[in-house]
Design a protein around this ligand. Structure first.
Ligand SMILES: Cc1cc2nc3c(=O)[nH]c(=O)nc-3n(C[C@H](O)[C@H](O)[C@H](O)COP(=O)(O)O)c2cc1C
Length: 163
């Protein structure tokens, strides 16, 4: 009987380990990517992040706050304008429902400066809605058509693995 119990315990541990592997973790994760983009840069990055996270991708006008509240992880992106998030992105975050126990990953694209300031502003708003930000990532100085997001994607992957 004791042997059987030990066997069962070992089996349960193996199953648990399997469920916690990287690939299944990503699949099990309930994440959504929501973004605003004025000229396309942030949209490109949002697409790459959504592919990595295997998450649905929504431009913010398509992302109803009530639906977004159903996801455990909100991955949210904005361009930097005037060292701030865009007014559209900030207004959207302010319109979100209040949640408990949800996480957020923030991303932005920018030309020169203000990325940390902009994301901190988003983080602050999201925290008033109950979201804990687990990562802020930015992509600097994109050129038209550029799609080398490897550094940002690496950071996102690492956060998703720990999540
Ligand atoms: C009105 C405006 C203000 C901007 N302000 C900043 C800024 O303060 N700092 C910065 O680094 N880039 C700034 N930028 C550049 C954008 O952040 C950058 O080009 C971004 O990648 C655009 O993203 P999008 O193509 O998704 O709109 C500004 C761009 C615009 C149009």
């Amino acid at each position: 009987m004791i042997v059987t119990d030990v066997g069962l315990l070992k089996f349960a541990q193996v199953i648990r380990k399997f469920l916690l592997t990287k690939s299944t973790l990503n699949l099990a994760m309930n994440a959504v990517v929501v973004y605003f983009s004025r000229t396309g840069n942030t949209k490109q990055l949002a697409q790459a992040i959504a592919d990595t996270a295997k998450a649905p991708l929504l431009e913010l006008t398509q992302a109803e706050p009530a639906k977004v509240a159903a996801y455990d992880l909100l991955i949210f992106g904005t361009p930097v304008e005037g060292a701030s998030p865009t007014k559209e992105a900030l207004a959207y975050v302010q319109s979100l429902s209040t949640v408990t126990g949800k996480k957020a990953i923030l991303f932005c694209t920018y030309k020169l400066f203000g990325n940390e300031r902009a994301m901190k502003a988003v983080e602050k708003e999201l925290s008033t809605k109950g979201y804990e930000t687990i990562l802020r990532v930015s992509k600097k100085g994109m050129k038209p058509g550029e799609a080398d997001f490897s550094k940002v994607i690496k950071e996102v992957k690492s956060a998703l693995e720990k999540y």
